[in-house]
Ligand binder design. Structure first.
Ligand code: LRH
Length: 493
């Protein structure tokens, strides 16, 4: 039985058709498209209608395949949303989470509500772009939007609404707003009240795996398709990626490696301790009653943005060229803390890396190769640091690390990660989010019995490459240097 997964990342989207032949998944990319955010003046926004157009293109391609999908699911990056008026029409282009308008908003909110209270109500890490701070920023800059708003829908909820006409929110993604209370299991009305945000715009929240409507008439008419069911899958892309981790054991550590690096473990209930808050870990909703105890690491964004800077200067490197140039550079010459807030916004990344180096008394890397080496080594060492924190916080010791997502195409990063953590890395599948998106659909359709059967099938269907640690003493020494040069600070906001 085949299903269709739309997986939208911060830099590209894809439509994947999955077919389950007894216990093997065959995945076919039927459409891939860039997701280019648009800068207008000093605002940074998503081109949501273009994304919806690309989804329709994906549906048309599916029509050309030998078998129509039995169902459809959409997942995307978290935290961003659209506001719709009372008639259900979109009021604004959703803002990009890297839009500068949220700068300083989190700190202003803390004057109204102490961070400890926000954390105990939501279990979510403090990131300046969480939907809660975006909404407060809209309230300050464009209050009429909230006055007019009839509903709030996260990006995949919104696209699903365009497809089906049904307005419902999905749990895994709802948790990332930092407005959802995982203990009370609902939107946190008290937080909304304290922030003077309207509570009536929030929709009921469905668990992943619930049927959430069917392609509406205008869509079936336009595209010449039957009314295919649309499921609320694990609509946060990271939740879908974690669902697809091909783990054998119940206790496992993962790194979902894309624009962001999300590292953590799956837990049965949210960890709402003071320690979790201090370490700025999050408890995002997972599939089938689980939570994702994890931490955001700035990830390959730093490399993507450096590459874009060189492109703007007129030099186009491919990722494999950049990685090869990095491999040729001397090791451990310069480190950055990838999670320093200076690296969050879009803009000249090489310049910010050089400034960081100068500020921390290191020799600034000059060539693209040296810069990329610095980024990749720093990421691998930061992974080691966050893995240690995940172990300390969850009280578990992991035998190795599962890496999923497009970042695993960077083989040196996988190897250096294994070296840095001194444990094996199991890399695969690269299309983790799409696989998790499909897995939830097949479970709902009764084709797979549960998430553990799905993980076993994923393990048997995709290559999982093993990277054994090497040069461990050298990396151990480098880890000491990394901590020294990046401030030795394990408590990172
Ligand atoms: C990764 C991701 C991550 C969020 C970020 C906004 O794509 O969903 O989990 O924190 O985007």
């Amino acid at each position: 039985m085949s299903v269709l997964a739309f997986d939208l990342g911060a830099s590209s989207g894809r439509a994947m058709l999955g077919r389950l032949n007894s216990r093997t998944i065959e995945m076919k990319e039927i459409h891939r498209f860039p997701n280019d955010p648009v800068r207008v003046g000093d605002r940074f926004q998503w081109d949501i209608l273009r994304l919806y157009h690309e989804i329709k293109q994906g549906l048309l391609r599916a029509k050309g395949e030998q078998e129509l999908p039995a169902s459809i699911g959409v997942d995307s990056w978290a935290v961003d949303f659209g506001l719709l008026d009372a008639r259900g029409e979109l009021l604004m282009n959703p803002y990009h989470y890297r839009d500068p308008a949220t700068e300083g908003v989190m700190e202003r909110v803390f004057r109204e509500i102490p961070p400890a209270e926000i954390f105990s109500r939501t279990g979510i890490q403090f990131l300046p772009f969480n939907s809660i701070y975006q909404l407060v920023s809209i309230q300050q800059l464009r209050p009429f939007l909230l006055q007019e708003a009839g509903s709030f829908l996260m990006i995949p909820d919104l696209l699903r609404y365009f497809l089906t006409g049904e307005m419902v929110s999905e749990f895994t993604n709802a948790t990332t707003t930092q407005l959802y209370n995982p203990v009370a299991r609902g939107w946190d009305d008290e937080l909304l009240r304290k922030l003077h945000l309207p509570s009536n715009i929030f929709q009921s929240v469905l668990q992943p795996g619930t049927m959430a409507g069917k392609l509406r008439e205008s869509v079936t008419g336009e595209l010449g398709l039957p009314s295919i069911p649309v499921y609320a899958v694990a609509e946060h892309d990271t939740a879908s990626a974690v669902a697809a981790v091909p783990a054998l054991e119940r206790s496992f550590a993962y790194l979902s490696c894309g624009t962001w690096s999300l590292m953590g473990t799956e837990v049965e209930r949210p960890v709402l301790t003071e320690r979790a808050r201090e370490l700025n870990f999050t408890n995002e909703g997972g599939v089938y009653g689980t939570f994702r105890l994890l931490k955001n690491i700035m990830g390959l964004w730093i490399l993507q943005e450096a590459k874009r800077s060189w492109e703007l200067e007129g030099v186009l490197y491919s990722y494999s060229e950049l990685v090869m140039m990095a491999e040729a550079e001397p090791a451990f010459a310069c480190f950055i803390d990838p999670d320093d807030p200076v690296f969050l916004p879009a803009g000249d990344m090489p310049k910010r890396i050089r400034e960081y180096a100068a500020r921390t008394n290191q020799k600034p890397p000059q060539t693209p190769g040296a810069i990329v080496r610095c980024i990749m080594e720093s990421l691998a060492l930061r992974y080691r640091q966050v893995l240690e924190l995940t172990e300390a916080l969850s009280g578990q010791a992991f035998k190795g690390l599962h890496m999923v997502g497009g970042g695993i195409h960077n083989e040196s990063l996988c190897q250096w990660t294994a070296n840095a953590i001194g444990k094996p890395v199991w890399a695969g599948p690269a299309e983790g989010s799409a696989a998790g998106n499909m897995a939830v659909q097949w479970i709902s359709l009764g084709e797979l019995s549960d998430i553990w059967e799905a993980r076993a099938v994923i393990r048997d269907s995709f290559e999982v490459r093993v990277y054994e640690p090497a040069d461990v003493p050298l990396w151990e020494e480098a880890y000491g240097l990394f901590k020294q040069r990046t401030g030795g600070n394990t408590i990172q906001q």
